[in-house]
Ligand binder design. Sequence first.
Ligand SMILES: [Fe+2]
Length: 193
Amino acid sequence: MPATPPQAAAPLSAPSPEVPVTSTPEGHFPEAPDPQQLLDFVRRAATDAELVASLPLDPEERTWLRLEGPGGSEAWLIGWPPGTGTGWHDHAESFGAFIAASGELTENSLAVRLPTDGWKTLELAEGVDRHRTIAAGKGRFFGQQHVHEVLNETAEHAISVHAYYPPLPHLRRYSRSGPVLRLEQVERPEDWQ
Ligand SMILES: [Fe+2]
């Protein structure tokens, strides 16, 4: 992980409601999917028993299968053993959707849009934290710059389906200490090979 010089924590102003993306980015596929299409896709995939059963499961580690999402989107089938999670991250300018196909996931997220660049630590205002339980069959979509962590806090394996558009250009990973969010790493697709 690259060492980054600490910067003064900048207070983040008032929380704003989480706003779903209502327009698609310009300059991508003419058939670019909208968030509802991504949600429809993950919902269909989650009910495809044969597809879900094709995911190898591991008792310790998350497992995944790349799927062909609609309109050039990036999609994944992911298995979550008990106790696993993503850590805090965002998906840059990609919006997306996800659903639990089986089991139950927890999503902790921020109901605030972060500045995209030029900071290393941010002090989050009170009241920006959101906590959701994503039960089997439940899905949601999220907008650009959505910051969250997804975890399996149950004793059972969970399986979920995720789709992102545009395909993830990078992920920003954060650590969290109370209200202070720190940018730790920017991961690019070549890091996931
Ligand atoms: Fe995510």
